[in-house]
Structure formats: structure tokens, C-alpha cells
Design a protein around this ligand. Sequence first.
Ligand code: AMP
Ligand code: MG
Length: 530
Amino acid sequence: MTAHIPIYPGTLGRLRFDNRFVRELPADPLLENTRRQVRGACYSLVSPTKVPAPVLVISSPEAAALLDLSEEDCSSPAFLEVFAGNRIMSGMQPFAMCYGGHQFGSWAGQLGDGRAINLAEVVNSRGERWVLQLKGAGPTPYSRTADGLAVMRSSVREFLCSEAMFHLGIPTTRALSLIATGDAVERDMFYDGHPKDEPGAIVCRLSPSFIRFGNFEIFASRGETRLLQQLVDYTIRTDFPQFGGHGPEVFCPWFAEVCRRTAELMVHWMRVGFVHGVMNTDNMSILGLTIDYGPYGWLENFDPGWTPNTTDASGRRYCFGNQPHIAQWNLLQLANALYPIIGADGPLQDALRQYGQIFQQGWQAMIAEKLGFAAFEAGVDDELVSELFAMLQALEMDMTIFFRNLSGFESGPWEEIPSFLMDACYSPPSAESRSRLMAWLVRYGERLRRNALPDRRERMNRTNPKYVLRNYLAQLAIDKAEQGDYSQIRELLEVLRRPYDEQPEAERYAGRRPDWARSRAGCSMLSCSS
Ligand code: AMP
Ligand code: MG
């Protein structure tokens, strides 16, 4: 049992807890931390496992501010103990949630927080609710055959990408802290029978809610309709108060809002070249946030068929170009789960159709802005854009560099491909590719003359980031972290805090992926083992 200690220095001691999820929803009556099917409950009470030698690797000042915590608060010994899971503050009520999910297109039954433990809900000075969740804090009733732990490599990736996404302006769960536990955790990274010990770590995530599509699906799959209704009511009341109440008349507008948020999220991912890698329904946030950073990746050479996840390599279900479609498929599973309490499928189908329209409009507006056009001109721009994508792929051009540098476009004539675009090429273009790109640039110049954004350069630079968490950059930071050197993680976070700024001193983080990283594990392909 973890000790409850009441007194903490600084703001940590003044955190205001209001554990609404635990208070308002039914708990698993069993208190033993044994793996099992949990029925008739939304969660199980469970304490984090103590760790031997916690060390704070990094904390995020912006995430800490959400809890009214300063950097000083985050570097205190009390903070370390609490966010390593070694001490439970009075007022905390740790629990793991019950959820299910469709994994790779098939129903997988009960999954649940297998290695995530929610410590408490904090209400900050602005009245915002933030759930504190430790990832990698030990087994729960939902751990199935796994250990409930997380390794440094995956925790660095979760921490950095959560905060990078936030600074890019993309809805996401947040990362407060990353703590090395001092434990060794065994992982068979390539599932090839060669397990090795890796350093353990715990990330504290923050979100207004960690509820996933799968939280609803599990109750529908079990015919637990009353529980399903309770969870929907709770979610609307807590996280969608704009619907002014609960009950069947708000269910459909609420589902439509979930569809809208999910569509907007997909537009963002497509804007920056983010590939989640495991878009199972248990990894879909009901708030439309990016959640569960596992084998994700960032497009380097533009390729809609690219998936970072080795488990997905054969089917490419979760590849870059498929994400908007998969999100809609996931929303359909959510609609199926909600059907028993709605009883009519017309409004659900309407909302799913609207998802398609909202995504398409959002995508067109987004691509117009990326290209510096005042608006997307359907019928004119479709061809220009599809030729661009075909060309980026054929010429192996880096998506981030291409779009960022395109803001520097000046009308020709050019003898050669402008050097700022050559910077995006992974291999020297053939003569044919050169003339193709030049022809496109001529058309692009004409299109800009007709109807460009008034402040084109600035607008493009605010939608086309210069700095993203390139796969190899994360890996370099991990290599050092595994040796106990956390400096690279801190340096990367500094750069990623201002992804749209030029930051001349950080230029080396903006370049193309080096050749050695093309096929190195962790840099181009990632496994789910984490
Ligand atoms: P993921 O695909 O990583 O989001 O995980 C799918 C399910 O597996 C979730 O229920 C996770 O909580 C669970 N899970 C993943 N890794 C572990 C682990 N090391 N220990 C226990 N459960 C895990
Ligand atoms: Mg998950």
C-alpha cells in the first residue's frame, strides 16, 4: 500500500482535487490488483507500484502551468515522489479505466488501462479540470499478460511528441513530466526472441478526460446498456457542457460534435505529416485529442502509403493517407456502440456523412493555406494539388522542408530548380523530374498571381512548421537518455516549443533525415513493444 502524506511545499500542496469520474460512476467492487474481466464498472481502484530510484528527466513548463505549478515546484523532491507513483497525496484516488477496442479492424474485447493509472482530477485556478495520469506505473486489473511498465525509449517519445503537438496547435493530451524509475524493464523490441533490459520510465499525462471510443464500446459489447447510458451522460455533462444537459435529445448532437472534432484532428495530422501508427478505437479520444503516442512517425519523404508501425507494414491500415478514412471507420464503431441508447440510426449516419464533408472542407482550407492561396478553388486546385503530391512522392521530397521553404517562392523564370526546393530532395532528381517540378512551379506562380493570401509568407509559415519531431531526432535523444544523459531531450523540447519560428541557432534540427537513419530501427520503423 502506498503511503498517504498530507503536506507538500509550494503549489503542489495547494492542488485542488475533485475526482468526479470516481465519484459519479460505478467502481469495480473488487480491490485486489489481479488481472480479470471487470464487469458492471467503469474503473477499478488501484495504486501505482513503488519505484526504487526515481530521477526527474524533464518536465514541461507549459503543462505544469495548467496545474498552476512552477518549474521550481516540478523540481522538488515531493513532485518526484508523487509523479513517480511513490506517494499518493491526500485527496487522490488512483484508478484504472475499463475499456475495449477494435484493434486492426477486429473487436478485441476488454483492454483497459493496462499500464496507466489515473491519480486524480485537478481543478486549476481557471476552473479547468485536468486528469493526472501516470503511464508505466505498474500493473492493473487490465494488464492482461503484460507488466504495466514503460521503457525510457517509448516514454521519451510520448513526452516529446505530446508537447510538440501542443506547440504545433494540434489537439492532444499533454505531458507534465518524464521520470526515470531506476528499474530495469525487459522488452523484446523486435519480437524476435531477443529480450533485453531497458531503463524504466513513467510519464505523467494530463487531459481533461482520457475517455476513448473503447470506453463506450465495451459496455455496448456486453449489453451493459445502463452503464453505457451513465457514461454518455457523464461525458456530456463533464466535457461537453455546451449541450446543456443530458438525456437522449442531446446524444445525437453530441455524437456529431465528436465527429466534427475528429475530422478537425485528422486535418491537423494531414497538415503536419503526423502518422499515429495505431488508430485502434481504444486509441481514439472522445475529445478529439491525439492520444497514446506509440509507434507514431512523421513523414519525411512524402509517401501517403507510409506507416511507421512494423505491425502495420503488411496491411498499411494506419498509413498516412488512410488516417481520415480510418477515423471515420472508428466513428462508425462508436456509432454502433451508441445505437442501443439512441435507437435510431438516421441521425448517427447523418453525423458520419457530415464527418466526410467537414473533413473535406477543412482539408481544402488547410491545403490552400499551406500553399498560400486565399481560398481553395475546387475544380482548379484539385489537379494542381494532386500533381504536387504525385511529384513530391516521385521526387522523394521531404514534406516539412518542401512546404516550409515554399513560402520563399518568387516567380521565375528559373534556369534550374530553386535551391530552397532542392533542399527537400532525398535523391538527385532526374532530368524528367526536374522539368516536371519546373512546370509545376510555373503553374503555381500563375495560381498565386491570381488569388494569393495577402500576407502569404507569414501565413504559410504559421501553418507549415519548420521544426517537427523527426523520427531520427527522437532516436538520438533516446540513445543518450538510455546512457543517463538527458540533455538532448531538453534541447529538443526547447526547439519544439517554437515550431513555426526560424530559430537560426537550431537549423540542424530542420534538415533532411540523414542517410544512416533511413533504415535504422526507431528512425523509420517502430515496433509496438514499449
Ligand atoms: P496500445 O495499443 O499500446 O494503446 O495498448 C493496447 C492495450 O494494451 C491497452 O489496454 C494498454 O493499456 C495495454 N498495454 C500496452 N502495453 C502494456 C504493458 N506494458 N503492460 C500492460 N498493459 C499494456
Ligand atoms: Mg492505447
